[in-house]
Design a protein around this ligand. Structure first.
Ligand code: AMP
Ligand code: ZN
Length: 137
C-alpha cells in the first residue's frame, strides 16, 4: 500500500534491521524498542490489522512470533515475553499495517508496563455482556 512504512520495509524500499524473512512474513527490530530485542512480525502483503488478516497469513505470522518468543528466552535470556498486537488507533495502533510485537521481558520494572483498570465499580453486567458477545459467534 502506498505510503505505508511497513510495506516499504517489506519491499526493501526503506531500511530495517531484519531478523527473519520468508515468502510471506518479515520480522524486524522495533526502531523504538520497549526492551532489548523487541521485534515486530508482519505479513509482507498489507492488511490493516489482526482483525482483517486472512487466517492462513495470521497463522504464519503467529508461528514466527512464537519462534521469536522462544528465541528471546533462550538466546537473549529473557525471563518472559509479551506478545501484543494493537487494532486501530484507539487501541494504540500507530502503524496501520498488521504487526505483532514480541517483547522480551527481563524484569517487571523494565521498559513495558501494562495495566488494566478495574471497572467492577461501574457495575458491569457480565451476563448481559456475555449475551452480546455470544450472539455474534
Ligand atoms: P503500534 O503502535 O502497535 O502500531 O506499533 C508500531 C511500532 O512500529 C512502534 O513500536 C514503533 O516504534 C515501530 N516503528 C515505526 N516505524 C518503524 C520503522 N521504520 N522501523 C522499525 N520500527 C518502526
Ligand atoms: Zn502496509
Amino acid at each position: 500500500m502506498k505510503d505505508c512504512v511497513f510495506c516499504k520495509i517489506a519491499s526493501g524500499e526503506l531500511p530495517s534491521t531484519k531478523v527473519y524473512e520468508d515468502d510471506d512474513v518479515i520480522a524486524i527490530l522495533d526502531i523504538n524498542p520497549a526492551t532489548r530485542g523487541h521485534t515486530l512480525v508482519m505479513p509482507k502483503v498489507h492488511y490493516d490489522n489482526f482483525l482483517s488478516t486472512p487466517r492462513e497469513i495470521l497463522t504464519k505470522v503467529m508461528i514466527v512470533a512464537q519462534r521469536l518468543g522462544q528465541i528471546a528466552m533462550k538466546q537473549l535470556h529473557a525471563r518472559g515475553v509479551n506478545i501484543l498486537t494493537n487494532c486501530y488507533p484507539v487501541a494504540g495502533q500507530s502503524v496501520l499495517h498488521f504487526h505483532v510485537h514480541v517483547i522480551p521481558r527481563y524484569d517487571t520494572t523494565d521498559g513495558l508496563q501494562i495495566s488494566m483498570k478495574d471497572m467492577s465499580e461501574e457495575k458491569l453486567n457480565l451476563p448481559t455482556i456475555a449475551k452480546e458477545i455470544t450472539k455474534g459467534m
